[in-house]
Design a protein around this ligand. Structure first.
Ligand code: URP
Ligand code: ZN
Ligand code: ZN
Length: 469
């Protein structure tokens, strides 16, 4: 509950996916109460306990990052951000809601995995959070549990065509889960890479003595991402279910999504900042430095970036999330010294998504409204959080960012707040900076200083996908 009941944000340019308005925003009891044109009689008549001056600032909906992995167990270790550290870093970066992935341990009920994730997050989060469920084992019991989870507000399920022996599901299991979601309204999220073929290429590469991080990118071929994307689309057609493909990185996979969407199919795709701003050049950095950039799907040659940007402009890709999954360079990434296949997969990024996408606005890749659409409004709609999250409108949660679009900043591990010992964007200068952040009306970042608290963040049960409507 907000300690101040009425807050007024005055003089900023309010950006939503639909509009750009010079408007004042009145907040009451944690929610947006009203907007009125700046300087209008209505706005001039408003009184408040606290007034935030947004002159020369953008006023944005808080970012909605629908792909994070706090504390994920992977490759014999755990992602280095806890819900406490990761959500605090997210707030610093202007993200006010995350949707993290609860994990089903193989052979165990979904319920057990979900309860474990509730316990990890409860009382620790600085911002609001929700969960998807990773299905490691599709069987009669877990299929029934999917229905119960949808009723509980866990309305999306991630399946893996990669990682045989860990999270992998074969086509039959995938089809069954898709059929179930066609009935219960859940959204299937697909990690689309042909993991069986990739494992053969990994084995062959290691046998040739190709052990460096750059080989991670070489064996995880873009054609094998495209093939899996195509197969997932066909399976979803057979099942009659919508499909959301996560962390798309290959231009060939974008083409598969575009072809499906041209047929009018309910097929959606997300990409991540690392695929838009980094490349195989980073994986090939000398020594073991490339391990910092090992994630799956892998970074691609720079040439793929144009297709990703185009996909974001044409709406063949709808969402940019981070797939935040940090592992420290020392003590975690180095588990794969001498064998790239043992490098824990994942990159840190939850703090930088809003800024990097603003840089994309500055660079002319996307418009300001598209920035808000792909980072706030559509992720909220896609995962049943809209209009509580993702917009600034009467009745919405007052999750709001005052954004300075002119100041420059240099991204660095020395200054970021994520619990990880390197930055994937070390030394990169971007224009724009999060200044002040409100979560349900409470100021959690005040001119760059953290003023929130662990436990402020609440679990948000989600409705089913609203993007189809
Ligand atoms: O490399 C990645 N993406 N790590 C996190 C797990 C996943 O596949 O999303
Ligand atoms: Zn994945
Ligand atoms: Zn992920």
């Amino acid at each position: 509950m907000s300690t101040r009941t009425r807050t007024l944000i005055r003089g900023g340019l309010v950006l939503t996916a639909a509009d750009e308005l010079h408007a004042d925003v009145l907040i009451e009891d944690g929610r947006v109460a009203a907007l009125a044109a700046h300087g209008s009689d209505t706005a001039a008549g408003w009184t408040a306990d606290r007034i935030l001056d947004a002159t020369d600032r953008y006023v944005l909906p808080g970012g909605v990052d629908v792909h994070t992995h706090m504390e994920l167990p992977f490759g014999g270790t755990f992602a280095s951000d806890t819900f406490a550290t990761g959500t605090r870093a997210a707030a610093w970066g202007g993200t006010t809601t995350i949707v993290d992935f609860a994990v089903q341990s193989a052979g165990r009920p979904l319920r057990e995995g979900l309860d474990t994730w509730y316990a990890k997050a409860d009382g620790n989060c600085a911002i609001d959070y929700a969960f998807h469920m990773i299905l490691s084992d599709v069987n009669e019991h877990t299929l029934k549990e999917m229905d119960l989870l949808v009723e509980e507000g866990i309305t999306s399920f991630k399946l893996f065509m990669a990682y045989p022996g860990v999270f992998y599901s074969d086509d039959g299991r995938i089809l069954r889960a898709m059929q179930r979601s066609a009935d219960n309204g859940g959204l299937i999220m697909m990690h689309a890479e042909n993991g069986i073929a990739i494992d053969v290429l990994v084995e062959q590469a290691l046998a040739r003595g190709e052990t460096d991080p750059r080989h991670h990118g070489e064996v995880r071929k873009s054609l094998l991402e495209a093939e899996a994307t195509h197969r997932a689309i066909q399976l979803s057609r057979v099942a009659g279910s919508p499909l959301y493909v996560v962390h798309v990185s290959a231009q060939e996979a974008v083409a598969e999504l575009a072809a499906a969407r041209d047929k009018g199919l309910p097929v959606f795709g997300e990409t991540c900042p690392q695929y838009l701003f980094l490349s195989t050049d980073n994986l090939a950095e000398p020594g073991f430095e490339g391990a910092k950039y090992v994630c799956s799907t892998p970074l691609r040659p720079k040439e793929h970036q144009a297709a990703l940007w185009r996909g974001l402009r044409t709406n063949d890709l709808q969402v940019v999330s981070t797939d935040h999954c940090p592992f420290c360079f020392k003590g975690q990434k180095d588990l794969g010294l001498g064998d790239f296949s043992k490098i824990p997969n994942g990159l840190p990024g939850v703090e930088h998504r809003m800024d990097l996408l603003h840089q994309a606005v500055v660079d002319g890749h996307i418009s300001r409204r598209r920035w808000i659409e792909i980072a706030c409004a559509t992720p909220a709609r896609m995962f049943g959080l809209y209009p509580q999250k993702g917009t600034i409108a009467p009745g919405a949660d007052a999750d709001i960012v005052l954004y300075d679009p002119h100041t420059t900043q240099t991204l660095s591990a020395a200054t970021h707040h994520m619990h990880v010992d390197y930055s994937a964007y070390e030394g990169r200068t971007v224009t724009g900076r999060v200044e002040t952040v409100l979560s349900r009306g409470d100021v959690v970042i005040d001119h760059g200083a953290f003023t929130g608290r662990a436990g402020h963040g609440a679990f948000i049960p989600r409705s089913t996908c609203q993007y189809l409507n």
